[in-house]
Design a protein around this ligand. Structure first.
Ligand code: PMP
Length: 284
């Protein structure tokens, strides 16, 4: 039976409960992280904790633990679950309050840590590549809810995901308010053109993915030129290769976008190389 951490205590899954008055539930008022455990080691925990605290700061939420205490809580919950390979969901809600938006009328932000398995895309898609479509729903305007905040309000992404699913695709490409490529609903996007790796910059209205940053580092270390630059759908359609990155997805090739085959319609060599290097990195 898996053990869930809530506010410093471990509960059996069936007993892991929080209040229906929690503003995380009522308004999506809170922040979260999705983190991997590989061979018993939490992947890039400091980076995930930094992003969690940045997200919290941006929504004016004070997390009732220091970063060190949070890291310790994550590691000890993983240990209590005896998981060598798995997925951690770290959630901080605003806490229970009165009905009404006012965050001052809440108390006790809830820190929740779930350790579980992760449902990957089927292996076939890693071998042969994924097809995506562009969603009509644009990514949140940075002056509304900044996509750099990993907030509990994921409706923007869910609406785009529904469009993808309705079009028979497991991921959907999201543009920003300027019509530029931002990211997918739960993954960052990369293209390769003439041997150069490109991904939208953080100010394109994206979540700055931990996997994205790891892949940029791996590319630079491997001598693959890498640029963070504005991309349009044209750049995706005319790319030699395209792939997505995310904690759950890792590195997955994209071979079709809006019905257009990308490159020769098969996962490309740069994608394969970076996927392999990423596998090596996480197994280190
Ligand atoms: N973009 C969005 C919208 C996400 O939700 C995620 C994480 N699931 C990512 C990108 C990838 O980020 P990371 O590599 O840190 O998982």
């Amino acid at each position: 039976m898996s053990k869930v951490y809530i506010g410093g205590k471990l509960y059996d899954k069936a007993d892991a409960k929080i209040s229906v008055f929690d503003h995380g539930l009522l308004y999506g008022d809170g922040v979260f992280e999705g983190i991997r455990v590989y061979s018993g080691k939490v992947f890039r925990l400091p980076e995930h904790i930094d992003r969690l605290y940045d997200s919290a700061r941006a929504i004016h939420l004070e997390i009732p633990l220091s970063r060190e205490q949070m890291a310790e809580a994550v590691v000890s919950t993983v240990r209590a679950n005896g998981k060598k390979d798995g997925y951690i969901r770290l959630v901080v809600t605003r806490g229970a309050g009165t009905l009404g938006l006012d965050p001052r009328k809440t108390s006790d932000p809830q820190v929740i840590i779930i350790v579980d398995d992760i449902a990957l895309y089927p292996q076939e898609l890693y071998d042969n590549g994924l097809e995506i479509v562009t969603a009509a729903t644009i990514r949140n305007h940075p002056n509304a809810v900044n996509p750099r905040i990993k907030s509990l309000n994921y409706l923007n992404n869910i609406l785009a995901k529904i469009e993808g699913i309705r079009a028979g695709c497991l991921e959907a490409l999201m543009l920003n308010h300027k019509g530029e490529v931002a990211e997918c609903t739960g993954d960052n996007v990369f293209v390769v053109k003439h041997g150069i790796l490109r991904t939208p910059p953080t100010d394109a209205g994206i979540l700055e993915g931990v996997t994205r940053n790891a892949v940029l580092e791996l590319a630079r270390a491997a001598g693959i030129p890498a640029q963070e630059m504005t991309l349009t759908r044209h750049d995706v359609y005319t790319a030699d290769e395209c792939f997505l990155t995310g904690t759950a997805a890792e590195v997955i090739p994209v071979v079709k976008c809006d019905g257009r085959p990308i490159g020769n319609g098969k996962p490309g060599p740069v994608t394969r190389q970076l996927r392999e290097r990423f596998q090596q990195l996480v197994r280190q």
